[in-house]
Write a protein that binds this ligand. Structure first.
Ligand code: ASP
Length: 337
């Protein structure tokens, strides 16, 4: 196999070592770990290069600047490789994979995020398997999109959500089928791999720092205390509402804040706090006012994808009407419409 894969190592448990303060990444160490994995040099493995980021991060510290750095690293090497693997912490992997799915416009090669729950320096690490399969998937060129490979499954990056802090199957894609199952063979699902067609060549769209908020509702919430979050200087607020997008309707404090937020020019978007399913504004009377006041439903998008999509759409500089339209449009397979 003379395919070439570029591995971008950004940090995360996969390359961490124990320290006095808990697990942390260690500069320059990961290469030595890879040297010990004989399979990485078998004839049926593609060629690969490793690019180590500086600083290496726990993914809790990954944000807009790091997304731009990942995008830039791919852009600079795009023509030199058949695919890319991004080694990343699991905690915010679904956010980063969602962000990159939007930022890498016209992507025609696989970009596979992976990592591990147990560091590679430990005997039971899941990192070796995740890494080897991700390299193969990146080289095969079948899933030409941003995906996450973890625990034997390849899933669409912007459909993924982290479901376990402990299990080796740490991610799932509640509202979209798996792209590939990895057993004795790597079995792709042709149907799941369908994507909206994008016009134009590959291009990196950088993300800007945009003030947005996510507000998870809970019974008994004192909405007056959260009012500034909804109304002050926010470009957008994602409400994680109950069920199919419902909010308390007998206490009008929230709906009043939403009205003021909309008058201030902020966009109010609604996701469901359910693990699976769709936010359908107007299905119940308790979401009717959200609709009346111009809130936009994120339908079956994960909150991770909705956050990334809002960063992206505001970074495009769209006007309000175009942005609202784009939020409900399937751009990269992130939403069922
Ligand atoms: N805290 C780690 C991180 O997200 C967890 C992991 O990689 O699994 O970087």
């Amino acid at each position: 196999m003379n395919k070439k894969v570029c591995i971008l190592y950004t940090g995360g448990t996969i390359g961490m070592v124990p320290t006095d303060r808990g697990y942390a990444p260690k500069k320059g160490y990961f290469h030595s770990l890879l040297d010990e994995i004989a399979q990485l040099r078998y004839d049926d493995m593609p060629q690969w290069d490793l690019v180590e980021f500086d600083p290496l991060l726990d993914s809790s510290d990954v944000s807009v600047d790091e997304w731009n750095a990942m995008g830039q690293a791919i852009k600079e090497r795009y023509d030199d490789y058949d695919g890319f693997v991004i080694l990343h912490g699991t905690d915010t992997m679904a956010y980063s994979a969602s962000a990159l799915s939007f930022m890498l416009e016209g992507l025609g090669k696989p970009v596979v995020f992976t990592g591990s729950q147990i560091p590679m320096c430990q005997v039971r690490s899941d990192g070796r398997d995740n890494l080897i399969n991700s390299i193969l998937i990146a080289a095969q060129g079948t899933a030409c999109e941003v995906s996450i490979f973890f625990g034997g499954k390849l899933i669409r990056g912007n459909r993924a959500t982290k479901i376990s802090a402990d299990d080796l199957i740490a991610f799932t894609s509640p509202n979209y089928p798996t792209l590939a199952e990895v057993g004795i063979d790597i079995r792709y699902s042709k149907r799941a791999l369908t994507m909206p067609v994008q016009a134009g060549e590959f291009k990196l769209r950088r993300m800007e720092h945009i003030p947005i908020a996510v507000l998870k509702l809970f019974p008994g919430m004192r909405f007056d205390l959260f009012e500034p979050l909804v109304t002050n200087d926010m470009k957008a607020v994602i409400l994680e509402a109950f069920g199919s997008g419902n909010i308390p309707s007998r206490n009008t404090a929230l709906i009043d804040s939403i009205m003021r937020a909309t008058e201030n020019g902020s966009l109010v978007a609604v996701c469901s706090q359910c693990y699976a399913g769709t936010a359908r504004l107007g299905a119940y009377a308790t979401s009717g006012e959200l609709k009346d006041f111009g809130a936009v439903s994120c339908l079956d998008m994960t909150t991770e994808a909705a956050v990334a999509k809002l960063y992206y759409l505001f970074s495009l500089g769209l006007d309000d009407a175009a942005l609202r339209r784009a939020l409900g449009t399937n751009l990269r397979g992130e939403v069922s419409v």
